[in-house]
Every structure is written in C-alpha cells, then in structure tokens.
Design a protein around this ligand. Structure first.
Ligand code: PLP
Length: 638
C-alpha cells in the first residue's frame, strides 16, 4: 500500500508561522489535510496569508523505520537551570566548547531550518545559512498518534519532536541536537543524541518568547556533509514506539490511588452512580427513556413544578436576570433576598432570618461561625453530614450522643462541662424519618446554658398542621435558639436559611464565611422560594395531603406484612445488606418506580435501606401499586 507525505506550511508576509507533516495512507489524506489546514489557520503566532499543502507519494522500499529514542524528563525551575542542562549534555558528548555552542543558538532564532554545526571548528555547514538545514519527510508509525488536535497542543509538540529528534540522531555524522521551540506558549525544549536519548528540559525560555531554534551537532569530514543533508532533507523516516505524553515516567502511578479506591467501592457495592432525569422534578419524571413514578424526591409538596411558582420565577428572571453578581456584602444583595428573609422569618415566627446558598452551606457556615476552639458541640449520632462538617470546621470539641436519646444527651453534657456550647440536631432525621424530641431537647439546652440548634430541612412544609415545622408539631410549647432549614426540599427550589434573633443573623452576616465569601443566591431561586412559601400559607391542605399520603402508604405496606411507620415524608424500609438494597431498588426501577437505595457512608454499614419519600401530589392508586411492587421485591430478598 503506497504511503503519502503530506506537509503544511503557513506564513504571513514571508515569515514562517507554522509547519507540520505526516506520512499517511491515501484514505487519510482528506481528514489529515483538513486538520493540518486548521492547525495552520489557528496558530498562536498569527493568521497566515499563505497556506501551502504538499502531497507526495512515497515508495515503501525507500522508507526507513527507526525505533523512537528513549525519553526522559528533566524538571528545571527556570531558564538558567535549563541552560545548565544543555551544558551538561554537551560535556557528556565530550565537547569542551559548550559555552560557545550555546551562544550560537541565537543565530538560529529566525531560521526555518537548523544550524548544522561542526562541533570541533564551530563552522556552520548549511549551504544557505539564512534557511538552515531542515529535517523533513518523517512521521510516527500509524496508530500511535495521540489526539491530533489542531493548533499547537503540547501533545503535538511532544510526539512530533520525538519523531524529529529520532530521525536527526540517526543521521550520518550527527552526534547530537539542541532544540528550543519557537512557539511562544511552549517553553519545554530538548537535547537528544543516540546515547543520551531524548531528554526533555521543562524550561528553556520565557513564556511569550518566539526565540526558538535548533543546532544539529556534526562531527566528520567535509566530504560527508552532503550525505548528512540529503538524509535530513530527503530520507523518509517512520518512527516506531513513540509513547504518548501521558505515559511518561512521572505520570505513571499518579492516579493509582483513585483507581484502587473506585475498585474497592465497586467490590463492596458502595460505588455510586447517577440516573439522568430529563423532565421537571415532579411525582412522575422521565428517566431511562420512560415515565417513572418518583418515590425518592425531597420535593415533598411538589412546589418545583407548580405553574404559579414557575410563572413567578419567570417574571423575576425577566426583571432581575440570571445571577446576582456577587456576595451579599458586596454587590449581590437585592430586594428579593430581603423579601424572602422577611417571608421566612414570618413563616417560622422568628425575629429574623438569613438566607444562604444551600442548606449545606447554612449548617457549615453557621456552626463554624458560632463555635470555635475551646467550645463544645453536642451532636446527635445521626445528624446530617452538613452538621457534622460544620462541627469539624468549627474546631470545637465535638461530643456525639446516642440517636435522639435525651438521657444520653444529659449524661454527655454532665461528663463534658463547658463554658460555651451548642446542642445540634436534625428536626426530622433524613434517612430514618423520625422526629426529634424537641421539648426535652430545648429544656436540656436551656437548663445547661447551651445554645440549641435544630435543622428543619425535612420538617419545613411537612410537620405541623400548616407545615410551619417542628415547633408547630409540638404546638409551639418550646422554641430552639436557632432554626436552620433548606429551600431545596418542600420549598422546591434551592438555598438554605437560619432563623433566630436579629442579633444572631447580624452576627452571621459578619462572621459566617460561607455567607461572606460566596456569590448570593440567584434571583430565580429566591423568587421560586418566595412564591412557594406563599402557596403553602394559602394552601395548608397541601401539607395535610402529604401527611395523609404517608399514613395511607404505610398502611398499605403494613397490610402486606411489612413494618413501615412514619409521621414525616421519609419512610425508610430497612434491608441491611448493601447489595440487596441495590438489587431491590434496581428491580423497582425496572418496573417504573424511582426509589433510592441508601448505603454507607450515608447510613451505617449493614443498615442499607430503601428511602421512600412521598409527595403531596401522589395519587392513592399510584401509592397502592407502588406499595405492592415494594412488597413483592422486598419478599424476594428474604
Ligand atoms: N440538612 C439536612 C438534614 C439535609 O437532609 C440536607 C439535604 O441534603 C441538608 C441539610 C442540606 O441541604 P441542601 O440540600 O439545601 O444543601
């Protein structure tokens, strides 16, 4: 099969801009020509006014196949160290006049080709010193090219340079080569010889400099110069085993720990993947090419797809645009933030509220601002990860008490007396769906002079007759110092909040790093949240419907012999084994039910479960059928 040499040269006003070449079969000519053209057109040195593509047929018998020089990399700090490496290389070739040879490099800066230098006499041997000698007609063996991207990518430079250096190192009477690229964005250069191999030197010039050039080091008689030049300029060479840049020695092994960790997770059924939904988040979603009944979403009141919520958000988008442009303390504070905060404070019956970018941020930012080194935080063992991370970030002493066990909380406090401290708990535990014993919790905190903080992520819009949350659930007989919540669950949008006294929110505005150093919530998210609160205020029957759905669904499961109970929107169905939990969830998925299998580290090892989350908009018939499907697949695991 004949091969073709294809060469691209680009120049502007006679000045060389870019050049590249390949040796390829005829079938690749059209794609390759187009790539080379693109490369010439998009070179960082500028736009060409002349682009030349030359294609020639080569005879296979004339092609010389060579093995690529072995590659090593010398990491240097600056150009000075880079030059030091060239000196060492020249000395290793037995050349005493290293300094003089280096000084000649500048003579090659404006040349297309290389200087052919007699290393003993320092005479330049190129017939035309303005043009120099050009090594050409070469490529690497097909199938080894990595990413033939247009433009001057390091990958192109790297593999093309090895090909050229290998050809040059094998030229008769050439004992070595020095090369600095003339590409302003590529500062890596190399020295090469048959004995030293191809030595990459990571810094040979300053960024932005076009001062590149090459010297081919010649040792031999004058009568052989013609032979050397003819080999360099005419002999077609294909270089074998050019390794891609990624496999150079330093990169090897760098990511091994990631691969090992991923494999360990796969082996223990803890590897997580994501399902892609192609519709709004509602009681049904489009996923895996069909309509699924959503039984895992925190969008408990189905606010995120309500027409009135969407319309309001769309109107605000039109007026306020897509982003807020900065942190609240700089340019990102809008009337929308303030209106939303007033709405939340009124909904929660607190003096003040402060909005954060997510529930996660609200917890980490507030806890770490309130507590610090020397303080003590008492935290329920099943608290959400964002509380745990807030505790860690604070640097305070953290004491974990048994889940929702108020006796253990009291015992922990008596064993860890502190001058200043905080007790923190989920209001509704996100993976178990049970409710904090709020009255005792608040009482213990007050009795011991500790701040009390409750995370209302899963109680807002869910607990209480009108969805006001845990304080309403307990008939407002007690009130923690700090109520935290999210806008991402029953409110159906995104964001988080902290409610309490005016002083508390003022303190957080000044101290909470997650508030201060992050761009504030987008207008659309705030508008959707604001409208959702209004809808809940006007339609408390939505909350009642959610609560009825939970009762009905639990009853369906109980009638089928499966213990299930919840007073919240979260219904855990304990399975235990991680693999089985995954299998049940997958089987349900295949029948059109979207559920979540919750595993370690979200819950303890060996306590994997299906976490069913219901919505106010689920129909009874849908819930009945879903319960039947769960019962069937659950019994299959026994
Ligand atoms: N707190 C609890 C109890 C949660 O379940 C979540 C949600 O994942 C968060 C906080 C974090 O809220 P967000 O998703 O808004 O970051």
């Amino acid at each position: 099969m004949p091969l073709y040499s294809i060469k691209m040269r680009a120049s502007a006003q006679g000045r060389h801009i870019s050049g590249a070449e390949k040796i390829i079969p005829d079938s690749r000519i059209p794609t390759c020509a187009s790539r080379l053209l693109q490369r010439g057109l998009t070179h960082p040195k500028g736009s060409p006014d002349l682009l030349n593509i030359k294609i020639e047929c080569l005879q296979d018998k004339d092609i010389l196949y060579l093995d690529a020089l072995p590659v090593s990399t010398v990491d240097v700090f600056d150009v000075h160290e880079g030059m030091q490496e060239i000196r060492k290389f020249l000395e290793s070739l037995g050349l005493a006049n290293a300094e003089k040879i280096i000084s000649l490099l500048s003579g090659a800066y404006s040349m297309r080709g290389a200087i052919l230098l007699d290393v003993d006499t320092l005479e330049r041997l190129e017939p035309d010193p303005g043009r120099g000698v050009r090594a050409t007609y070469m490529d690497q063996e097909a199938g080894q090219r990595s990413g033939e991207t247009p433009g001057a990518s390091p990958k192109n430079h790297y593999q093309e340079a090895i090909v050229l250096a290998t050809k040059v190192a094998n030229a008769p009477n050439v004992i070595g080569e020095i090369c600095i690229s003339d590409d302003p964005g590529y500062v890596t250069g190399y020295v090469a010889s048959k004995s030293a191999g191809y030595k990459r030197i990571t810094r040979m010039k300053e960024y932005g400099s076009e001062n590149g050039g090459r010297i081919f080091l010649y040792r031999g008689g004058r009568e052989d110069v013609g032979k050397t030049i003819s080999y360099l300029e005419k002999q077609p060479v294909i270089v074998r085993n050019v390794q891609p840049l990624e496999s150079k020695e330093k990169a090897a092994g760098k990511f091994d720990f990631i691969e090992k960790e991923l494999q360990a997770m796969r082996d223990t059924h803890l590897y997580r993947t994501m399902k892609t939904i192609r519709s709004a988040q509602s009681r049904t979603v489009e996923c895996g090419g069909r309509t699924m009944l959503m039984m895992a979403s925190n969008n408990y009141l189905d606010m995120s797809s309500r027409t009135d919520v969407k319309q309001h958000a769309a109107q605000i988008l039109e007026v306020y645009g897509a982003g807020s442009g900065g942190s609240r303390l700089t340019t990102g504070n809008t009337a929308l933030h303030e209106m939303l905060e007033q709405k939340i404070a009124s909904f929660k019956s607190t003096e003040s509220a402060l909005v954060f970018n997510s529930g996660y941020t609200a917890n980490t930012a507030a806890i770490s601002a309130l507590m610090g080194k020397g303080d003590t935080i008492f935290s329920d063992e099943l608290n959400h990860a964002s509380i745990i991370d807030g505790c860690r970030l604070s640097g305070a002493n953290v004491v974990v008490y048994r889940h929702n066990d108020m006796k253990d909380l009291e015992r922990s406090i008596s064993e860890h007396p502190c001058a200043r401290g905080l007790i923190v708990s989920d209001a509704v535990f996100s993976m178990d769906g049970d409710i904090l014993h709020l009255p005792e919790f608040v009482q213990i905190a007050d009795k011991n002079g500790l701040l009390s903080m409750v995370d209302e992520a899963h109680s807002t819009g869910v607990l209480g007759k009108t969805g006001r949350g845990i304080t309403e659930h307990f008939y407002y007989q007690c009130r923690p110092d700090i109520l935290m919540g999210t806008l991402s669950k029953a409110i159906g949008s995104e964001g988080g909040f902290v409610c309490g006294s005016k002083n508390l929110t003022e303190y957080l505005k000044n101290k909470a790093r997650g508030f201060i150093f992050s761009t504030s919530l987008s207008p659309v998210a705030m508008a959707a949240s604001y409208k959702a609160f209004e809808v809940i205020e006007e339609h408390p029957e939505l909350v009642a419907r959610l609560q009825e759905n939970v009762r009905f669904f639990c009853q369906c499961l109980q009638e089928g012999g499966l213990f299930a109970h919840s007073e919240t929107a979260v219904i855990p169905i304990l399975i235990g084994d991680e693999k089985k939990a995954m299998e049940v969830s997958q089987a349900l998925f295949e029948e059109g039910y979207f559920t979540s299998a919750i595993r370690y580290p979200t819950v303890k090892k060996g306590s994997a479960r299906l976490r069913i989350a219901l919505m106010a908009t689920h129909e009874r018939e849908q819930l009945k059928k879903a319960a039947q499907a769960i019962l069937k697949h659950f019994s299959d695991t026994l």
